[in-house]
Design a protein around this ligand. Structure first.
Ligand SMILES: C[S@@+](CC[C@H](N)C(=O)[O-])C[C@H]1O[C@@H](n2cnc3c(N)ncnc32)[C@H](O)[C@@H]1O
Length: 337
């Protein structure tokens, strides 16, 4: 049975390539901490970088497909994994029925080939039928998310699919590699960051909110739908969930200034570290960032001293505006009074 690590998700816009930059700035600013909150965690690569035995990591993301992996990598213990190899073996060897189902009817010939559409359904239904502890269910769903990423007929996200179906191997679940020793004190949440922020007081809060109007839910709806498994009605050629209003993040809306300001005002910590970019008014309306440099500095300055650091960064998008000149990723560090 193969293994996978936290960094093996197929994704756009995560901070994997910026980890050295973030870490350098933390050192340069002489920031020391024993608790670190990644309040918009998504793939979790940032908290994972700081997850050490003597550091308490608090990780949060509003999407369920992200939450199951955060719980798996940050919280699960060795004991929680005792039966996982046996369960994965069972799921990988389920007999295929070849009867059409919700996944094949909706996603076949778009996101998945026929065999994998059938198998995803069978594996997901079997996970519901198995007599699992909640943490075991989380681990199996996280494994399913990582494995779906490998056989999805997409370019990094699920807002669209490739016109031509490529050849894919049959989906197989794998076992995550966990650093159990570092996970002793961690906490994981699936809450609106603006609500969670009032309940925690870590030394550092790291914020990497969505930058533009492209909703993460719309880009990862297939994974969210398979993890949640309520089988709702889907629409459009891309098979988006019809009733998706409740999944919208205000950070992708024109209310971004107000929600960001509210979160910062409520934050109870020693340092705020914010990742953002400089695409304010550089791209098209959907891709421009929602907060300007001036707005971020104005909001953070209310908490006290702000320093700004930036790095040239090759911006990649699967959309058309790939060639952005002088794209920079910024890190705003605010020492709180
Ligand atoms: C830019 S991504 C974070 C990327 C992450 N730092 C990484 O490297 O993988 C923003 C994340 O914020 C989440 N999000 C959006 N609005 C949120 C909210 N109000 N509360 C909590 N999470 C939210 C999205 O689901 C998305 O996963």
């Amino acid at each position: 049975m193969a293994n996978y690590s936290l960094n093996n998700r197929r994704y756009l816009w995560n901070k994997f390539k910026l980890l050295d930059f973030i870490s350098e700035i933390i050192e340069k600013e002489k920031i020391t901490f024993s608790s670190f909150c990644d309040i918009f965690a998504w793939t979790g690569v940032v908290w994972n970088f700081f997850n050490k035995k003597n550091i308490k990591v608090i990780s949060n993301d509003i999407l369920e497909a992200n939450f199951v992996s955060l719980v798996t990598f940050l919280k699960a213990t060795k004991k929680d994994f005792e039966k996982i190899p046996e369960y994965i073996e069972h799921l990988n060897n389920l007999k295929t029925t070849k009867k059409d189902n919700y996944v094949s009817i909706n996603y076949w010939d778009k996101y998945f080939d026929y065999n994998n559409a059938i198998r995803i359904w069978e594996i997901r239904e079997e996970i519901e039928r198995m007599n699992l502890k909640p943490i075991e269910k989380n681990i199996l769903l996280s494994s399913l998310v990582y494995s779906i990423d490998k056989i999805a007929n997409t370019c990094w996200h699920y807002a669209a699919f490739r016109k031509k179906m490529s050849k894919y191997p049959e989906i197989k679940l794998n076992i995550p590699e966990i650093n159990f020793e570092s996970n002793l004190n961690n906490e994981i949440y699936k809450e609106d960051a603006n609500i969670l922020v009032s309940k925690i007081n870590p030394d550092v809060i790291y914020l990497d909110p969505p930058y533009n109007s492209r909703q993460y839910f719309n880009s990862y709806h297939v994974l969210e739908n398979i993890v949640k498994w309520n089988k709702p009605e889907l629409e459009w050629i891309t098979k988006q969930i019809k009733d998706r209003s409740k999944y919208k993040s205000e950070y992708c809306s024109n209310n971004a200034y107000n929600v960001f300001s509210d979160l910062i005002q409520k934050a109870n910590c020693k340092y705020l570290i914010v990742s953002y970019n400089n695409t304010w008014e550089k791209l098209d309306a959907r891709s421009n960032s929602k907060l300007s440099d001036t707005q971020i500095i104005e909001i953070l300055s209310k908490k006290w001293k702000v320093t700004i650091h930036e790095k040239d960064y090759k911006y990649y998008t699967a959309w058309k505006n790939n060639n952005i000149k002088e794209h920079k990723e910024r890190l705003y560090v605010c020492k709180v009074k």
